[in-house]
Design a protein around this ligand. Structure first.
Ligand SMILES: [Zn+2]
Length: 287
């Protein structure tokens, strides 16, 4: 890896700048031009390294963001698919319940028919009885069958109410199911679009990231990658925010802040190891 010299051009090509402009809306624009004048050689060199590192961080963070977005959408699709399966199962269960209820109604209706048949038979028999005792006995049988009919009718009424509720539940579940299916269609096409779009964006950024990496000496780049891997938010280079490290928010003593501003050497956070850059330099890079 070539050692970074004051002459090393840390600016992206014109083409890269133009492609950046096009995606101003969606990605952090990075500008690596360095403040003039060229005074102390080592000072500029460190400053250049810091600028390159910070710029690289901006690009890599953008790539991270894209990957997170792309990672979340498939989960949303999966959740919807699970919900749809759940709803379909619920509807199926309701349908089975309805079938069982209908069968129960039928059984009761048949019981009623049987009872009515019995009653007619008993009434016929009553015409030909030989004594009152036989007549009364048949009357009791008829009463019993009438009670059976009444009970069966009551049960039918209950089953019918349950059927009505089940039908309402099915209707409600089906409405939700329709909604979710629509949502799923939308999410799926969104996912396809985003994958398509972000893959292009990511590859542009990836190329840019590789470009910037060329301006950073290997030892530093290795450190950068190592810190990034270890950091949950993927930040290896952070600026000083309210006298604290922008990565872990630990306070930075004034003398250390001064050192950071001097750009004499690369200074890392004592707590999290992230590379620190002063706000002034950072804001000269960001837009
Ligand atoms: Zn820190």
């Amino acid at each position: 890896m070539a050692k970074s010299t004051p002459k090393a051009k840390a600016t992206p090509s014109k083409k890269a700048v133009e492609s950046e402009k096009k995606e101003e809306q969606s990605s952090v624009s990075v500008n690596v031009s360095i403040a003039q004048p060229e005074t102390d050689e080592s000072e500029i060199s460190i400053e250049k390294k810091l600028v390159a590192l910070y710029s690289l961080q901006q690009i890599d963070s953008q790539i991270d963001k894209i990957r997170i977005i792309r990672g979340e959408l498939p989960l949303e699709v999966e959740d919807l698919e699970d919900e749809i399966v759940g709803l379909e199962t619920r509807i199926d269960n309701h349908i089975q319940d309805i079938e069982a209820l209908k069968a129960s109604v039928k059984t009761k209706e048949e019981q009623i028919k049987d009872s009515q048949l019995q009653i007619r038979r008993y009434e016929e028999q009553q015409m030909n009885v030989r004594n009152n005792r036989e007549y009364d006995s048949l009357t009791k049988e008829i009463e019993f069958q009438n009670l059976e009919i009444a009970l069966a009718e009551k049960r039918i009424k209950e089953f019918s109410q349950q059927l009505a509720i089940k039908n309402e539940e099915i209707e409600a579940a089906q409405a939700v199911l329709e909604d979710r299916k629509n949502d799923l269609e939308i999410k799926k096409s969104e996912l396809a679009d985003i994958v398509n779009e972000t893959e292009k964006e990511e590859s542009v950024l990836q190329t840019k990231s590789e470009e910037y990496q060329k301006f950073i000496e290997e030892r530093l780049l290795t450190a950068y990658k190592r810190i990034r891997k270890g950091a949950r938010n993927g930040l290896a280079v952070v600026n000083v925010e309210r006298d604290a490290c922008g990565g872990c928010f630990s306070a930075i003593p004034p003398q250390r802040q001064l050192d950071i501003r001097m750009h004499k050497k690369i200074i890392v956070c004592e707590y999290c190891g992230r590379i620190l850059i002063d706000n002034e330099l950072a804001s000269s890079i960001e837009h």
